[in-house]
Write a protein that binds this ligand. Structure first.
Ligand code: DAT
Ligand code: MG
Length: 140
């Protein structure tokens, strides 16, 4: 499998509880390398643009408000099959369904406030990385 990059976000529920280091340790223990990382505070409009694929879903407004409710840590993770590997480390969207040991099983508060985002495919990873980072900020 090829080396890939994926966009990860540590969401406001997790930054609020000071979990950035514990979540990063799970990524690094799984062999993912953090090649870019910054802490930012999104506006609802910026969160809405990022999540526009979900614009028609009933939870969209709530999702945008939540993502703008506090700081997030946006990061680029690199490794063999990084997109799938990161999704594995994250666990299922609903923490009630997440496998033991995953980020969402351990830390997520609800399906809406579920601690992390990870890109779901190579095309979305490319787009999502470009939304937050300039090429020179990625240090492999
Ligand atoms: P994932 O974040 O696992 O890729 P997704 O892309 O289906 O999941 O949804 C994006 C985010 O939207 C998800 O992390 C939390 C929120 N969300 C999804 N389904 C939801 C629901 N049924 N109720 C409330 N929020 C939801
Ligand atoms: Mg998704």
């Amino acid at each position: 499998m090829a080396t890939e990059r994926t966009l990860s976000i540590i969401k406001p529920d997790a930054t609020k509880r000071n979990l950035t280091g514990k979540i990063n340790a799970k990524f690094e223990d799984a062999g993912l390398r953090i090649v870019a990382q910054k802490r930012i505070h999104l506006t609802p409009a910026q969160a809405g643009e990022f999540y526009k694929v979900h614009a028609e879903r009933p939870f969209y407004g709530e999702l945008c408000d939540f993502m703008a409710s506090g700081p997030v840590v946006v990061q680029v993770l690199e490794g063999e099959g990084a997109i799938a590997k990161n999704r594995e480390v994250m666990g299922a969207t609903n923490p009630a369904d997440a496998a033991p040991g995953t980020v969402r099983a351990e830390f997520a508060e609800s399906v809406g406030e579920n601690s992390v985002h990870g890109s779901d495919a190579p095309e979305t990873a490319k787009e999502e990385i470009a939304y937050f980072f300039a090429g020179l900020e990625l240090v492999g």
